[in-house]
Every structure is written in structure tokens, then in C-alpha cells.
Design a binder for this molecule. Structure first.
Ligand code: ZN
Length: 472
């Protein structure tokens, strides 16, 4: 006897669309057939699409920031919000503070997550202090233990790695077969621009975007690609914002290089104009993220890239800071200069990621359903060593399934979201197509906007080597 039978759904994977029934036992898909037979729980999915649960490969939760800034979402609220948005696996970052042991950072992050997660999780690492101890011992041991990817930064005072450090880190990544995610923005160029703007009295949040023009991202993207070529290692350029850095990635891909790329909702739904707020006021701080949203031309380029394979994955880069809060966007100093607005990383979006891409992409005919699944579930699973357990609907895979109502129209608003942030940058945006039921390993964890799972349902996932590394 099956635990659950999902009947009458149109099943969509990255490759196929079929009408069939799905049989679930012990959290896994055990059969897909015309008739899977009797089951204890019946789910009638007539009129709905069954897609693999979303995988959000880039989220920041409960990450400790400097300067008294606190992230609005910890593991409980962040994963609750993910479940409501149709996502069943999230990948946050265990951040190594400078001077801290990487192993300690990882244990502390596990302790933080313990018993709180509504969806499955797996951690990337963030390397900020590549000491001989970290590169020689801790990192290799952690990669072997299933932390098969990590992020490095080419900007930010407390995170930036110089070129020599990047090369050392890439070298370890090649040896250990870990996938490096690169935040590509040029540190010195941004500092120069920020200083010039401040000296001219241009301090409103809008100038955050002006201080990080596309040239700074383009240059860093090219530099990261060149370092990857030299060290012969695959890399993934994350949160690519516009046409110019995209051209570097296309150049690398055309040359057959092992370069992967990610983009995010803010680069299709926002532009730098949003940072102007109502009248160049602090309202613009809501849209401060790095790299900043660009312009209409870049939005068009991003859509082309989502279609043509320039981009492999679509993640939220969820980074929740409260707006009206001295521990959030409105920290002391933030109203005096854009430089102090917390942005390390972007804006809240873990719950709106899938509905936004579905509505603007699939419902408006810009990308196919299969492409949607590839970008939001299958490719992230392959790139980060979770495939085929996650990222597809197939016999043997975990029964992580999201049911979508193609015709449901919803207006995004703070009121309907499940995060602990106090705003959404997409307030008032109308979307068509909505995740109405989320199953994690066969269990319904969200139904019509109501959370039905509990904290602690989510499990931690050890990961295999990225498929970016050719199989031996
Ligand atoms: Zn980043």
C-alpha cells in the first residue's frame, strides 16, 4: 500500500510533460504510472501542474553581520517562507568570520538551524580568511564531508579576497572538487566611486547603484573567469545583474570554459530607478542590494540569458533586513550615506522567487515550463550535488513536489508573505500562476498559503560532488 497517491496531475520535469499518477512511500516516489493503485492519502491534482519542489541555491539566513545588524529571517521563518513559495530545499551559507576556524563556523551554524527547518537544507561555506590551516586542512576535510561548494567575495571590506588569495582558493577547489561561487564586483573601483559620490554630497540610497556601475561587475567577472582558466577549475558566477557581465560569461561559455551562472528575481523585476524611492528619500533603501538592479536593457538581456542558457540557475539571494528598524536597513548612519545601508547582500525574496519567474516568465510566454523547472530545481540540484535525489520527479527521488495553479492570480503584498521581514520589494505586483500545495518527502507542508508542516520537518542534506566536474 502506498502512503500517498497524487492523481490527475500534469507532471512537468526539465525534459518532459506527462499526465500520470505519482505513488509515494516512505517519502520517496516509488512509482509513476497510469494508475498507481490504492493509497492511504489521496491527492486529487486535477487542473494543476506537478513540478519538482523548488531548490533555492542562494539564501542568507541567520547570518551574523557586523555593526549590530541583524537579519530578519532565521531558519524557522526563512524556511517557512520558502515552503509557502513552493521551495523544498534551501542552501544558506555558513560564514567564516575573519580569524575564525571554518569548522567552528559550520558547527555553530548547524546548532543555529537544529530543529527549526520547515524544508530541507544544505550549507555552502563562505571563505573570508584563507589561512594555510583553512586551505590545507579544514576546507579539504569539509568538502569530503559533503560541503561541496563555497562562496568567495571580490568586494566588501570584511569579506574581500585579493587575487593571490582567490588563486589559492581556486587551486584547493580543483584539488578537492568543490564548486566555487564567486561574488564578482571590483572592490577598489567601487571604493573609488563611493568616495567620489560622497565628496559630491551624493549620499541618498540611489547612489548605491551609481557607486557600483556595470563596469565594476564586468571587470571582476572577467578576472574571476581568467583565474578559473589559469587554475583549471569550474566556477559559478552568482547574482549576475546585467548585460555587461553576461557578455563575459557568454564569451567564456563560447570558448568551452567550465563557467556557470546564476541570476535572481531582483534583476528582472527591479531597476536602479527603484532606488530613488519617492523623491530620492530613504524609501529607496528597500531596494539596495549588490550588485544593484540595472535598467530596462539589462532586464531584456537577463530574459534572453534565462532562455538561451547563459544562465544555469535562478536563485533568490534572499537577504532579509528589516526596513523600519535600527537593526535593519535603518541602522545609525544609513540615512547619512548609502554606504551604511545594510546590503551585503540583497533583499527578501525566498517566497516570491518562484511565483515571480513563473508569472513573468512562463505565464507571459518568455520561457517554457521545462526551462522554468531546469532553472529553479533541476540545474541547482545537478550543480550542487543533490541530483537525482532532488530536482526532478522520477522513481527513487524524494517526493518533493509543488502543485501549481496556472490560472490563480495573486497580488504580492507583505500581508500574504510568511517571512519575518517587514516589507517586500514587490509590494503590489500582480502575478499569474501560484504554488497551491507544497510536498516535502511526501508530506504536505503548505496548503493554500497555510503552513501545515512543522519546524524540524526539514532535514540536513550531505551533498555529492558537483556535476560541473566531469565524471572520471
Ligand atoms: Zn553575493
Amino acid at each position: 500500500m502506498l502512503d500517498t497517491a497524487l492523481r490527475n496531475a500534469d507532471i512537468v520535469t526539465a525534459a518532459d510533460r506527462i499526465r500520470a499518477q505519482i505513488g509515494i512511500r516512505d517519502g520517496r516516489i516509488v512509482t509513476i504510472a497510469e494508475d498507481v493503485g490504492p493509497a492511504r492519502e489521496e491527492i486529487d491534482a486535477t487542473g494543476l501542474l506537478a513540478l519538482p519542489g523548488g531548490i533555492d541555491a542562494h539564501v542568507h539566513l541567520a547570518q551574523h553581520q557586523g555593526g549590530g545588524v541583524v537579519m530578519a529571517d532565521g531558519f524557522e521563518s526563512g524556511t517557512r517562507s520558502a515552503a509557502a513559495g513552493g521551495t523544498t530545499t534551501v542552501m544558506p551559507f555558513a560564514l567564516q568570520q575573519k580569524g575564525q576556524s571554518l569548522r567552528e563556523a559550520v558547527s555553530a551554524y548547524h546548532a543555529e538551524a537544529e530543529g527549526k527547518c520547515h524544508v530541507d537544507t544544505s550549507f555552502h561555506l563562505i571563505i573570508t580568511d584563507p589561512t594555510p590551516q583553512v586551505l590545507g586542512q579544514e576546507l579539504p576535510a569539509l568538502v569530503k564531508a559533503g560541503y561541496t561548494s563555497f562562496k568567495v567575495f571580490m568586494t566588501y571590506d570584511d569579506m574581500v579576497l585579493n587575487d593571490a588569495q582567490l588563486l589559492d582558493v581556486f587551486d584547493v577547489a580543483r584539488r578537492e572538487k568543490a564548486l566555487v561561487m564567486v561574488h564578482a564586483e571590483g572592490y577598489d573601483a567601487i571604493r573609488y566611486m563611493a568616495r567620489r559620490l560622497e565628496e559630491a554630497g551624493k549620499t541618498a540610497p540611489y547612489y548605491h547603484a551609481a557607486s557600483r556601475p556595470q563596469s565594476t561587475e564586468r571587470e571582476a567577472t572577467h578576472r574571476a573567469i581568467s583565474h578559473a582558466e589559469l587554475t583549471d577549475v569550474p566556477i559559478c558566477i552568482v547574482h549576475v545583474s546585467g548585460r555587461e557581465p553576461m557578455e563575459q560569461i557568454q564569451w567564456a561559455k563560447r570558448r568551452g570554459m567550465n563557467v556557470w551562472a546564476e541570476t535572481c528575481p531582483q534583476y528582472i523585476a527591479l531597476t536602479a530607478e527603484d532606488l530613488k524611492g519617492l523623491n530620492m528619500d530613504f524609501e529607496g533603501a528597500k531596494y539596495v542590494c549588490s550588485p544593484p538592479p540595472r535598467d530596462a536593457d539589462s532586464q531584456r538581456a537577463i530574459w534572453e540569458g534565462l532562455r538561451d542558457g547563459t544562465f544555469d540557475i535562478f536563485s533568490s539571494d534572499h537577504c532579509p533586513f528589516r526596513f523600519d528598524d535600527p537593526e535593519g536597513k535603518d541602522v545609525p548612519g544609513a540615512r547619512t550615506s548609502f554606504r551604511w545601508v545594510p546590503n551585503g547582500i540583497p533583499i527578501p525574496g525566498i517566497e516570491t522567487r518562484l511565483p515571480l519567474l513563473f508569472s513573468e516568465g512562463v505565464s507571459k510566454g518568455r520561457i517554457s515550463l521545462e526551462r522554468f523547472v531546469a532553472l529553479t530545481a533541476t540545474n541547482p540540484a545537478k550543480l550542487f550535488g543533490l541530483y537525482p535525489r532532488k530536482g526532478t520527479i522520477a522513481v527513487g527521488a524524494d517526493a518533493d513536489i509543488t502543485l501549481w495553479d496556472l490560472s490563480r492570480e495573486v497580488t504580492l503584498s507583505q500581508q500574504i508573505l510568511h517571512h519575518d521581514c517587514d516589507y517586500t520589494p514587490y509590494e503590489g505586483l500582480a502575478v499569474k500562476g501560484w504554488p497551491v500545495r507544497t510536498l516535502l518527502r511526501g508530506q504536505t507542508i503548505c496548503l493554500d498559503g497555510t503552513i501545515t508542516g512543522s519546524p524540524g520537518t526539514g532535514r540536513y542534506l550531505d551533498r555529492a560532488t558537483s556535476q560541473a566536474f566531469p565524471a572520471a
